[in-house]
Design a binder for this molecule. Structure first.
Ligand SMILES: [Zn+2]
Ligand SMILES: [Zn+2]
Length: 841
């Protein structure tokens, strides 16, 4: 019994020993293959301490493709759960919260991308939508992601344990050949732009020409392309050369004053793909102090779409290191932008594996720190430093030559009018300046003597003086001025061609637009005692469904430029608080209003972008319908209300404007749209520049029943001065007509709902006594003569619109927890003629 028991134990022990041996062998084999088991740990530790900054991830385009940017339709925490629902990259997405955490990512350039299909059509809109989407996603995970736009914040956010999220623009067709749009993208936070995708832009060629014989015959950058580089340098936006042609690479390296990047490209000498970078370019890149961030795509690292391993990526990294050293390499995975990734680098969770392999291959920790993020951080801060060093340079005025635009690029483009203004008016004025100054001095001295004698006597009695004083102490805020349009029409937005101080000297025959007169300049604004202005960003109806987004953004760029250039006179404002602050400092508070709804090209994301850019009202339509609202011209037709007002999507636009804190402007819209908007809006609405229908039956004016509803809504009508609206006679009107309209509104709905919306520089005929912006005090004088109380005049001047603005702000504040609206306009709501330039979702 003892023996059998012992035997039993022996048998068990032998079995256990055998199993242990087999297990040990099984584990031991990979252990011997694994050169250093600690390298895995070491890699993770390194990425905990130093940021891994990936140059390119296409998550935004993945979200667009799979979910149409609708946030309720996916859970970004774990996208693996819904693998079978996805299309794009073999039913796999590479990026989500769970895997990002495993991957130890420190920072990411997220790519805003729109396919070449959108080239010369709606590329600007789609890129803006992607920007909006990415910013929303970042905001939705505040403990995990944080938006940054500079190198300092990047480090700060990394130290907070969050993924610093930057935005790169892929690619150049996003700016639709406009430097103004480039600036707008910079303002929105974009920190690199890939010059082309796999299609040429009118100013740069793409990698596909390199497949053709004599590829360099196709050229690289045009003159305008070089301006794009200069402007990117000036702004502090990194020039990205992934996707561009060999010749464009050479030209850009030649032109750029700051380091450039390849955000996601690999090495041509290891895989002869035109998307990869040749050795001679890499050597120039080293001289430029730029960076190549290695793309993981099988097709680029292994030259075989279906097969590739992490070791192929290691080969590319080694090759660059050997050729140009350690200071010019980074990681640009292209996750979610490519269909196949190498084994061992399947998704964003696998970065530590790459670093382990590099440790195995003998890379030092120091080298890995540079590769991970040190190099791209250095590039980013050098680009920032260059921009800081040229801060005094003005934005570039250059416009692409119309000849550079091939016919297919012109189809969806509103072409600029040729410059009518000759260049010598400025010169003429300058040569006369001396005489002018002397005359002015004598005149001033004379006036001073007369003024001193008469002033005391007249001060209390003269209502003009009283009016001026009133406007000095209380802001006069005009609801609508089209100066930006005037600058576009007459000067093509070229700041080198005009001086905003004094337009009165320009030969009237040279001016187009308003009857040979520009109504607005600084000299006259000062006389007019203007305290605040909504400057209108306007593009005409011809741009509807075409390039309205770009044109409006260009106008916002112009407004911001003149506010900045003449900052001794103007101060940018976006809120009631900022208006008051500007007024206190003696500046004209300068706000932006978008005229009109076609600017957003039926996209709520673009509406949000306009809000982010500072726009604080939007006129729903101009004199043309948008797919979601009808305009005043339908009111000339019999049974006008049959045409409808707002569609369901139109109501969403109102809701989103309310949520954002943007005033709904009903000037230009149809009667039915007015009713629908008043019904829908939870915050006060405005008529930024409309007059009274009962006094002049023009469809641009507002009917009494609407005015009564406006009172209930606590909104405001800002009276338009245009002869055709106040006197129903475009050739004959006077200040008295304007006063009639003001009195009418005051009598009908009270003093709390009136303001001034001159429409200067937007109309060709203005009333006698209100010829231009210098004449505002005359209007207030007349109203004093008519016994309007000072209290009433303060409300009319700016009190009422300030009240409306702050009520709109308060409503928005109350909605602060609500999500942006995801709604997309129905394809059926868009008429065929508006679809021609539109890439379908
Ligand atoms: Zn790409
Ligand atoms: Zn207008």
């Amino acid at each position: 019994m003892e023996y059998t028991k012992l035997n039993k134990y022996l048998l068990i022990a032998t079995l256990v020993a055998c199993i242990a041996l087999i297990l040990a062998l099984a584990i031991g084999i990979p252990l011997t293959q694994n050169k250093n088991p600690n390298n895995e740990l070491k890699a993770r530790r390194l990425l905990n301490q130093y940021p891994l900054i990936d140059g390119h991830n296409d998550l935004p385009s993945m979200v667009r493709k799979n979910f149409k940017n609708k946030f309720n339709e996916f859970d970004f925490n774990d996208l693996n759960k819904i693998r079978d629902k996805l299309n794009g990259t073999e039913g796999v997405t590479h990026t989500d919260v769970l895997r990002l955490k495993q991957g130890k990512l420190g920072a990411q350039f997220w790519a805003a991308y729109a396919s070449c299909e959108s080239l010369a059509k709606d590329a600007t809109r789609i890129h803006l939508e992607q920007l909006d989407m990415m910013k929303r996603l970042i905001k939705k995970f505040p403990h995990f992601l944080k938006y940054v736009d500079n190198s300092k914040d990047l480090i700060k956010v990394f130290n907070e344990g969050k993924i610093a999220s930057l935005i790169g623009l892929e690619s150049g067709h996003a700016i639709d050949s406009s430097l103004a749009i480039l600036r707008i993208f910079y303002n929105l936070g974009v920190r690199y732009m890939t010059l082309t995708h796999n299609c040429d832009v009118p100013w740069a060629t793409n990698n596909r020409v390199d497949r053709l014989p004599n590829s360099t015959d196709y050229g690289g950058l045009t003159d305008f392309g070089r301006k794009v580089i200069q402007e990117m340098n000036r702004l502090g936006m990194i020039v990205d050369l992934s996707h561009v042609s060999y010749q464009t690479m050479l030209d850009a390296l030649d032109e750029s004053k700051a380091p450039v990047m390849f955000s996601h490209s690999s090495v041509y000498s290891l895989c002869n793909h035109v998307r990869n970078v040749r050795d001679d370019v890499l050597l120039k890149l080293k001289a430029n102090q730029g960076i190549i961030m290695i793309n993981f795509y099988n097709g680029f690292v292994a030259c075989d779409e279906n097969n590739g391993t992490v070791m192929n990526v290691v080969e590319h990294l080694n090759k660059v290191k050997e050729l140009i050293g350690i200071d010019n390499i980074g990681i640009g995975s292209d996750f979610d932008g490519v269909p196949n990734t190498p084994d061992g680098l399947d998704d964003v969770s696998k970065y530590p594996n790459l670093f382990k392999k590099l440790l195995d291959a003998g890379w030092s920790e120091n080298e890995l720190i540079k590769l991970a993020g040190g190099n791209i951080l250095r590039v980013l801060s050098q680009v920032e430093n260059y921009a800081a060093s040229v801060k005094q340079f003005s934005p570039l005025d250059d416009i692409i030559s119309q000849n550079d635009l091939q016919p297919e690029f012109k189809k969806c483009r509103t072409l600029l009018k040729s410059l009518k203004m000759s260049n010598n008016w400025i010169k003429v004025k300058l040569s006369n300046r001396k005489d002018y100054v002397i005359t002015a001095c004598f005149f001033l001295a004379f006036c001073l003597v007369i003024g001193l004698t008469l002033g005391v006597v007249l001060r209390e009695t003269n209502n003009l003086t009283k009016a001026r004083k009133l406007l000095e102490n209380n802001p006069l805020i005009d609801g609508h001025n089209d100066l930006p349009y005037m600058i576009r029409e007459n000067f093509q937005n070229r700041f080198g061609k005009f001086d905003l101080n004094d337009f009165s000297k320009i030969d009237p025959f040279e001016i187009q637009g308003t009857d040979g007169v520009i109504h607005t300049d600084i000299l006259r604004l000062k006389k007019g005692k203007l305290g605040g202005q909504f400057w209108a960003s306007y593009a005409d109806c011809n741009s509807t469904g075409k390039d309205a987004v770009r044109l409006h953004l260009e106008q916002i760029d112009v407004i911001k430029r003149y506010i900045k250039k003449y900052n001794q006179v103007f101060q940018y404002a976006t809120s009631s608080k900022e208006i008051k602050d500007a007024f206190k400092r003696g500046k004209i508070a300068s706000l932006i209003g978008v005229e009109s709804g076609h600017a957003i090209d039926s996209s709520l994301a673009v509406l949000r972008i306009f809000y982010n850019l500072g726009a604080r009202y939007m006129t729903l339509t101009h004199n043309c319908d948008v797919p979601w609202a009808t305009n005043n011209r339908v009111d000339r037709l019999p049974n006008s209300t049959d045409y409808g007002g707002l569609t369901d999507f139109g109501r969403k636009v109102i809701q989103e404007m309310n949520r954002l804190g943007m005033i709904v402007d009903l000037s230009h819209v149809s009667y039915q749209t007015m009713l629908d908007a008043l019904d829908e809006s939870k915050a006060p609405v405005m008529f930024s520049h409309s007059s009274v229908y009962s006094l002049c039956n023009h469809v641009r004016n507002v009917r009494d029943d609407v005015l009564l509803k406006l009172k209930a809504n606590q909104g405001i009508i800002m009276i338009n001065f245009y002869n055709g609206f106040v006197a129903c006679d475009s050739n004959n009107a006077s200040i008295t007509n304007v006063i009639e309209h003001l009195n009418y509104v005051k009598n009908l709905i009270g003093i709390d709902h009136i303001g001034i919306g001159s429409d200067y520089d937007g109309v060709d005929k203005t009333p006698r006594g209100l010829e231009d912006v210098s004449k505002f005090p005359g209007l207030f004088q007349k109203l004093l003569d008519l016994k309007w109380s000072e209290e009433d005049l303060i409300k009319l001047a700016g009190g009422n619109i300030l009240r409306v603005i702050s009520q709109v702000e308060k409503y928005s504040q109350s909605m602060i927890r609500s999500e942006p609206l995801d709604d997309i306009i129905k394809q059926d709501d868009i008429k065929p003629e508006l679809k021609k330039c539109r890439t379908s979702f």
